[in-house]
Design a protein around this ligand. Sequence first.
Ligand SMILES: Cc1cc2nc3c(=O)[nH]c(=O)nc-3n(C[C@H](O)[C@H](O)[C@H](O)COP(=O)(O)OP(=O)(O)OC[C@H]3O[C@@H](n4cnc5c(N)ncnc54)[C@H](O)[C@@H]3O)c2cc1C
Length: 582
Amino acid sequence: RVYEQISGLSPSLQFDFVVVGGGTAGNVVANRLTENPKFSVLVIEAGVSNEDVLDSIVPSFLFGLYGATPFDWNFTTVSQPGLNGRALPYARGHLLGGSSSLNAMFYTRGSSEDYDRWSKVTQDPGWSWQSLQSYIRKNELWTEPVDNHDTRNQFDPRVHGFNGINSVSLAGFPRSTDQRVIQVTKELPEEFPFDLDMNDGRPIGLGWLQATIKKGKRSSSATSYLGPQFINRPNLHVLLNTRVTRVLPRQQNDHNALIFDTVEFAPDQGGGPTSRVTVSKEIILSAGVMGSPHILLHSGIGSAADLSAASVQPLLHLPDVGKNLSDQPALFNTWSVNSTDTPDEINRNATLQQEVLREWNRTQEGPLGDSPATHIIWSRLDSNASIFTEFEDPSAGPHTPHIELFTSPGFPGAPPPVGNFFSVGMAVVSPQSRGALSWNSSNPFDPPLIDPGLLNSKFDLFAMRAAVRKARRFVAAPAWSGYILQPFGALANVSSEATTDDELDTYIRGTAATSCHAVGTAAMSARNARFGVVDPDLRVKGVRGLRVADASVMPFITSGHTQAPTYFIAERAADLIKSAWE
Ligand SMILES: Cc1cc2nc3c(=O)[nH]c(=O)nc-3n(C[C@H](O)[C@H](O)[C@H](O)COP(=O)(O)OP(=O)(O)OC[C@H]3O[C@@H](n4cnc5c(N)ncnc54)[C@H](O)[C@@H]3O)c2cc1C
């Protein structure tokens, strides 16, 4: 059952588990726990329903979800020294499905070494790439693209799951640039080798993008894990528009351990009275990389000094709550092109957009049904790069990329009034910089202070420079001759062979932003480690009855986009919880 307001929830209902946050991870946990009819679960989600939100259904309408909309938390970061002091908007999903309902839908697992590093740092073999395979497959429902084209040379079925819940697909509408992109792998195979499947654990190379899309529609954790076949389970309850403000312990037991069993919440718009619900088994925080540590801090779990300074009574000194935030700096390089066959025409012409929307409504086919990108190039810095004399390699191993380039026909976001474009987005996917989430108010309705620490490290700046140069070499391949006209905007200042590092730094610091891939603010560590927030079984260290299951538990960011690993974490989390109670 879905309740729009707190008043809809009968006070007589009893729950074994409360899942805080109906986002990417939370809905997985709720789905898997309610497979057992004996477990009753309440999901409490701050945001609105995802139902009938057209911009969340039609993949290429994603840009309509961001900013001052009901669907985005619309956070702002603190000033970023690495970006000339700019403060950035920071999107997070504020609707059922969380960020899976508004992200760019890229499905990338990262490298096998990323997970093996988690396993090493947590001393838990269960987090290794090999061990997670069963969860990867439980999550993935490989789905043929809506146009049913021949996909044999575009992915490797041996590494995919065909019986999971969340749809993953190749693009269902060919782009005029597709063949040129592939042509580059033949013209410059050393630098841009073709890779049949970037999700086989060894992503280095250039391959076709896979995305969480089902036959031309976004597949989010809300449409998949809370889909019609699940949402009517009598033991599954979802409360929307409701913000969790704190979790509270019951009286201390004989051993002095805090046992959390109560969730406090209020209407999301603030101003209303708080209510409470008590669980008989566990509370699972799945409020995401911003929400979960924010709730822990407001509940008195964090650095004791910081808690006292914020006038919150410290319950447990756990200084790493909110620390270790890891994000991937990103920017778009854009070129003008000699073609009118780009999405720019649709994106700036309302009549044309209505026409293709009518086609999409009829068939779910056409240019609206895909993520904006077509291919991704994953690369490492040269092993003899000068930066390695100063820094240890922050990547997880020799098969793990440092940087990513992704190709998108058209202008990124709303296009200028005239012109047609091709863009290469890029990111440092194995960054060295770390930021933090903190607070300066004891009011849980005040937003946290978000510092993604973008480009704080010289390593990340070095990697960004390498990525811009790589993007320039990519579009200089013969395949683009006659198509790419000239660099657009600030890229024009850094497009000659003679461009210096300083000039590149000015471009990068002036234009880079976030990938919105923050993780790590409630990181896992080994059971007896002196750092970290949760144990390898995702229990908050030092207390009982409380786990975290979402992107915030990643001890290191994976070298890709972060929704797929979040799904895998949630699948394993559900199994860990079930095995504790079944
Ligand atoms: C704009 C954008 C684009 C992205 N693109 C991609 C991409 O293409 N591919 C990719 O792999 N990753 C992408 N990501 C990242 C990816 O979506 C996230 O890493 C992942 O979805 C995080 O999942 P989560 O479960 O940790 O958090 P979320 O999915 O954000 O879920 C957290 C949920 O908790 C709710 N919540 C928070 N606080 C409270 C509270 N106090 N009370 C109640 N509910 C609360 C939120 O409303 C939300 O629904 C993108 C992210 C963004 C924002």
